[in-house]
Design a protein around this ligand. Structure first.
Ligand code: HEC
Length: 101
């Protein structure tokens, strides 16, 4: 995690969001297919978010919080084959969306 945020990572994360996540996730707190991302970087630990992005099947099998979201959304988030570097950029974008400088 960087402080302040790295603009290049934020921009890379935004581009991935628009290509691969936007169909299911809004940047507000409105749920679409999955939960809206407003506040997500504050309500979840960074590692939890990274695991959700890179290894959603393991999370849905083992993590109670991820399972609660599945009960709420009734759709399984697909495995989108995101690399660790890209997951890091997406997390940076989420933090920027949550107003971190
Ligand atoms: C086909 C729809 C879909 C796509 C595309 C998708 N997700 Fe999801 N996502 C979900 C659903 C549904 C959940 C809730 C867990 C579940 O039901 O599997 C979720 C949950 C999450 C969560 C946890 C949110 C929270 O409030 O704790 C994160 C983080 C996340 N997704 C990241 C991503 C990222 C990053 C991408 C793009 C690379 C992405 N998702 C693409 C459907 C999707």
């Amino acid at each position: 995690m960087t402080k302040p945020l790295k603009p290049e990572w934020v921009a890379a994360g935004k581009a991935i969001y628009e290509m691969k996540c936007l169909p299911c996730h809004k940047l507000t707190n409105v749920r679409l297919v999955g939960p809206g991302w407003a506040g997500v970087s504050k309500r979840r630990q960074p590692l939890w978010i990274i695991n959700m992005i890179t290894n959603v099947d393991m999370m849905l099998a083992k993590d109670e919080e991820a399972q609660k979201l599945l009960e709420l959304c009734l759709v399984r988030m697909p495995n989108l084959s995101i690399s660790p570097e890209d997951a890091r950029s997406i997390l940076e974008f989420m933090r920027s969306n949550d107003g971190e400088p």
